[in-house]
Design a protein around this ligand. Sequence first.
Ligand code: ATP
Ligand code: MG
Length: 558
Amino acid sequence: MADTATSEPPRDFIRDIVQADVDAGRVTGVVTRFPPEPNGFLHLGHAKSICLNFGVAREFGGKCHLRFDDTNPVKEEQAFIDAIQRDVKWLGFDWGDNLFHASDYFEQLYAWAEHLIEGGFAYVDDTPPEQMRAQRGTLTEPGQNSPFRYRSVEENQALFRDMRAGKFPNGARVLRAKIDMASGNMNLRDPVLYRILHATHPRTGDAWCIYPTYDFAHGQSDAIEGITHSVCTLEFEDHKPLYDWLIEHLPVPARPRQYEFARLNITYTVLSKRILTTLVRDGHVSGWDDPRMPTLAGIRRRGVPAAALREFVGRVGVARANSTVDVQMFDAAVRDTLNPSAPRRMAVLRPLKLIIENYPEGQTETLEAINHPDVPEQGTRPITFSRELYVEQDDFMENPPRKFYRLSPGKEVRLRYGYYVTCRSVEKDADGNVVALRCTYDPETKGGNAPPDGRKVQATLHWLSAADAVPAEIRLYSHLFNRPDPGADGDVMADLAPDSLEVLTGCFVEPALASAAVGEAVQFERTGYFCADPDGTAERPVFNRTVGLRDSYAKAKG
Ligand code: ATP
Ligand code: MG
């Protein structure tokens, strides 16, 4: 059931740390934060971080801040800021009054940079970028001190103020922390704290032409906001000594601690904003909300409810060891969430005409279809039966193998909520393709019930009445990448699957679906879970396949 994993509070090493801090009185009032950089849309990996940070705050009666890490105006946009807020809310979390931006702290961060300069802990470096990179050394060789490392405090102050005043072009100088060029940790080799960027910032406009780096902004922002547990992914573990060094060398109002957990990786899926940005920019997908994208916006458009995402994240859990989750686990969480509630409907994706010869021409009748087999409260809906119907091409074989129980000449099947029908003959076009099935029906099987003689059939098919079926477009999605580890050979774009979107245009859906609300999940009987796409209209709805009924992909790929 959908709720089992989320109904009892999860346990993991992060929650154990928080619990221990609370129990020991080290922390009163847990404060976490989710700190996205607004340079793209949120993806499944972010969902893990959001559920963890907001979840911990909720469970411990604390707060979780939403903080935009907006320190690189070259890549950041208001549209991303808006999308991120929309997506966090959609996922079911609320930051209340606690919406912050690293840019709110630019003035304070600047003052602290001056503080480091005064203490002899930071200097302005004029070394050109390539040379600076070369001087940084490698994992096995120490770096070299920059010749500018020995500047006086006064000179550094003057130059840093000139940097702020806009006297230098981009890249001409940086402010660096003076730590240790021989440190075994590359992050402590005089990391850059400020760079010159003549760029308009979405929030501060042209007020600044120098911007703090992630490393300088992040821990200090945590301190300003009184974050008690700064939870991030493992790649920041090597940054922690710098995080702590800055906190120790600055008159910050609090001493937050950083804890790292393993990032989410999923087979057949790329969770890197850089690569997702490339997919959008180069037109490999229709946008950030393309239903094949692992973004929250894409997943939502595909029809996945937020509850399914929370369920998936709960099942994955939080650990310290990096691992890759099978994408089938995501699909399973989606199915398990949708199955108990998604109304059942009928749709024919690849229609084949079925003509009932013994049903009077022009006659129709209304039958009753059950909306959900396990949820009687969902009630029933009327469906129309008539002489001309559509069934699925796949449900007919002219020369079937022995175990094919569906329609073939001479075979009787049940039409769900309709009648038993028997295929008598086929109509073909000039090329020999079957274009219609000529059948008879048994009037004593109304509603799909067995006839008085107790005759059984081995298959139940979905169908539509041709006269009132609504034409629809149906979009079938499969994985964007054709290997479980996209990019493992170096070029991730070479692993793009050419056929990840299949558009079916000649489809039909039952009239009840013409008014389906965008994003509302339905199950097309025997076919999968679908939802209406905003591209559709009432006359011509468009449906996205959210997920199939079971994992046919794994089977198809062996
Ligand atoms: P990407 O690696 O996709 O470019 P990012 O980490 O640079 O993303 P941010 O906006 O900085 O993107 O991320 C915000 C928060 O989300 C960070 O705390 C980061 O640790 C977390 N996060 C990002 N990707 C994942 C992931 N795959 N699994 C778990 N958490 C993630
Ligand atoms: Mg980041």
